[in-house]
Design a protein around this ligand. Structure first.
Ligand code: TYM
Length: 341
C-alpha cells in the first residue's frame, strides 16, 4: 500500500477530479452506489483526489475516539472498494491546511443568504437544534474550498450534493470575474442510477450513515446474512408488481439498487420479474448486493489490520494533495494582494 511518486508525474496534465465523504457514522450502500462506485473507473482518465472530510464532521459533535477509528475504517473501505492508492490520491482533509485557509477567503465571497438557502443546513439545524454553530452554516464555503483548491473540473457525488456544487460554481465564477481565471469552475458528476438511494423502511427519505433505525440502511460492513434479512424486510406495497413509479417508492428504490449494482435497466428488471411478485425480486436484489459486499469485506479485514500501511497512504496522500492545494492558495493570496511569505 504505497502511493508512488509516479502518480504526480503520470497525472500532471490530466483533468482533475475531487470528491470526499465525511467520516461519521457508518458507510452505507448509498455512499457506495452514489459515490465510491463511480470513483473507481475515473483514475483511467483523471487525476483523482478522494478525501476524508474530517473537518466537515465536526460541524456536529463527534466522539474523538470514534472519529479517529472512522477515519481508518473509511480509508480501509475506500481501498477495499477498489480505490488503489497508487492510482488515486487518498488523504485526510485536516492534513492539508490550505482547506481551512481558502475557506476563510471564500467566506468573504459568499453571501449569508446563499448559505441560509442550503437544504442540508436547514435539515441539520432541525436535527441538531441545540448546536446550530457557525461551522454548520458555513459548511458549503469549506466544501467549495475543497474542490477549488485542486482546480477540479469534475466532482463525482450523489444527488444530495448538487446544491453545494451549484454554490461552489457561483463562488468560483464570482471570484474569477473579479480577479481573472483563478479557479476551474467544476461540474457535478452525478450517476444516472443510484444517485439517491432511499431508506429501506422509509423509502421517501435518503439512506443515511447516521440513521438511528438499524434496518433502514445497509452498511458496507453489515454481515451478509443481515443484509439479506434487511432487504427481505424492505418496505414495498400491496400491488405485487415490479414496476417503477412515484406511487411505488419502496419498489423503485429496490430497482435502483439492483440496477446500480448490475447495470440492468429498469425495463429489463420489470420484464424479468413480470408476474412473479416480490419474493424472487427481493432475492435478486439481495444476491446483487451480497456479490459486491462479500469480496469487499474479505479485502477490508486485511487492509484495516495494517494501520501502519494506512498511515503511510495518508502521509503520502497529504504530500501530493498539498503540492496542488498550496499552489492554488498562493495564487489566491497573490491576486488578493496578500504579501507572499
Ligand atoms: P456525505 O459524507 O454525506 O456523503 C458522501 C457521498 O455519498 C453520497 N450519498 C449518497 N448517494 C446516493 N444515495 C444516498 N442515500 C447517499 N447518501 C450519501 C453523497 O452525495 C456524497 O457524494 N458534503 C459532502 C462531503 C464533502 C465533499 C466535499 C464532497 C466535503 N467536501 C467536496 C465532494 C467534494 C458530504 O457530506 O457527503
Amino acid at each position: 500500500m504505497t502511493q508512488s511518486i509516479e502518480v504526480n508525474e503520470r497525472t500532471q496534465h490530466r483533468p482533475v477530479v475531487l470528491s470526499g465523504i465525511q467520516p461519521s457514522g457508518r458507510l452505507t450502500l448509498g455512499n457506495y452506489l452514489g459515490a465510491i462506485k463511480n470513483w473507481l473507473p475515473l483514475s483511467e482518465h483523471y487525476d483523482c483526489h478522494y478525501m476524508l472530510a474530517d473537518l466537515h464532521t465536526i460541524t456536529v459533535r463527534q466522539d474523538p475516539v470514534v472519529l479517529r477509528e472512522h477515519c481508518y475504517e473509511f480509508l480501509a473501505l475506500y481501498i477495499a472498494c477498489g480505490l488503489d492508492p497508487a492510482q488515486n490520491v487518498l488523504f485526510v482533509q485536516s492534513h492539508v491546511a490550505a482547506h481551512a485557509q481558502l475557506a476563510w477567503v471564500l467566506n468573504c465571497y459568499t453571501q449569508m443568504g446563499e448559505l441560509a438557502r442550503m437544504t442540508q443546513f436547514k435539515d441539520k439545524s432541525a436535527k441538531h437544534a441545540d448546536n446550530i454553530n457557525v461551522g454548520l452554516y458555513d459548511y458549503p464555503a469549506l466544501m467549495a474550498a475543497d474542490i477549488l483548491l485542486y482546480q477540479a473540473s469534475e466532482v463525482p457525488v450523489g444527488g444530495d450534493q448538487k446544491q453545494h456544487l451549484e454554490l461552489t460554481r457561483d463562488i468560483a465564477e464570482r471570484f474569477n470575474n473579479l480577479y481573472g481565471k483563478v479557479f476551474t469552475v467544476p461540474e457535478p458528476m452525478i450517476p444516472p442510477v443510484g444517485a439517491r438511494i432511499m431508506g429501506l423502511q422509509e423509502p421517501t427519505a435518503k439512506m443515511s450513515k447516521s440513521d438511528n433505525a438499524e434496518t433502514n440502511s445497509i452498511y458496507l460492513l453489515d454481515p451478509v446474512d443481515k443484509v439479506v434479512r434487511k432487504l427481505r424486510r424492505a418496505v414495498t406495497d400491496s400491488e405485487a408488481v415490479v414496476r417503477a413509479g412515484d406511487d411505488k417508492p419502496g419498489v423503485t428504490n429496490l430497482m435502483s439498487i439492483l440496477s446500480a449494482c448490475t447495470g440492468e435497466s429498469f425495463a429489463a428488471i420489470e420484464a424479468r420479474f413480470a408476474g412473479q411478485g416480490y419474493g424472487p425480486f427481493k432475492q435478486a436484489v439481495a444476491d446483487a448486493v451480497v456479490a459486491i459486499l462479500e469480496p469487499m469485506q474479505a479485502r477490508y479485514k486485511d487492509i484495516r489490520e495494517d494501520t501502519a500501511g494506512l498511515r503511510r497512504v495518508l502521509r503520502e496522500g497529504a504530500e501530493a494533495a498539498r503540492t496542488k492545494a498550496d499552489a492554488t492558495l498562493a495564487r489566491v493570496h497573490e491576486v488578493l494582494g496578500l504579501l507572499p511569505q
